[in-house]
Design a protein around this ligand. Structure first.
Ligand code: FES
Ligand code: FES
Length: 173
């Protein structure tokens, strides 16, 4: 993602970026050294994207940019210019949880919930690539993120339940 130098203000050390966040397109004036995670949390005000390690290890800050799961602590906000960004706030529609969120809830796949938004966004991106059919595939899909309190069994169950219900819908249609 190239930075558009023509939109930079060297005096202010800021740049204009145009991004679509959860379907809503808007321009923002951002500091050039502002991380994408801090931009999302503090400038856009979407606090569901969490910051854990801030160096790319834990996955708590994961968002989806142009259909790819990305660690927002490792990017500058200016690098997202022109992108479509999805955060955890975009998963529920009109207050109704997405099927994957429902499945997490039903399978007790979270405890404190600090890691949950990152896991959800990683899994949404992964499930768009194809179904997750086995426990080992589910564990692989979870392997890029870290949960420090609840363990992974509930998440594996939630993923497999979700994947099975998608398969069921396809088979019955
Ligand atoms: S806060 Fe970004 S990977 Fe941990
Ligand atoms: S539920 Fe607490 S860190 Fe994962």
């Amino acid at each position: 993602m190239a930075v558009d130098e023509s939109r930079a203000d060297p005096v202010e050390d800021k740049s204009w970026i145009s991004v679509t966040i959860n379907g809503s397109k808007q321009d923002y004036l951002v500091e050039q050294r502002l991380s994408l995670a801090d931009f999302i949390r503090n400038q856009v005000g979407l606090k569901g994207t969490h910051l854990g390690c801030e160096h790319g290890s834990c996955g708590a800050c994961t968002v989806i940019i142009d259909d790819r799961a990305v660690r927002s602590c490792l990017m500058f906000a200016v690098q997202s210019d022109g992108s479509s960004i999805e955060t955890v706030e975009g998963l529920a529609i009109d207050g109704v949880l997405s099927p994957l969120q429902e499945s997490f809830q039903a399978n007790h796949a979270l405890q404190c919930g600090f890691c949950t938004s990152g896991f959800l966004m990683s899994l949404v991106a992964r499930l768009r690539e194809g179904p997750i059919d086995t426990e080992s595939e589910a564990r692989e899909a979870l392997s890029g993120n870290i949960c420090r309190c609840t363990g992974y069994s509930g998440m594996v169950a939630a993923i497999l339940e979700q994947s099975n219900s998608i398969q069921g819908i396809k088979e019955n249609s």
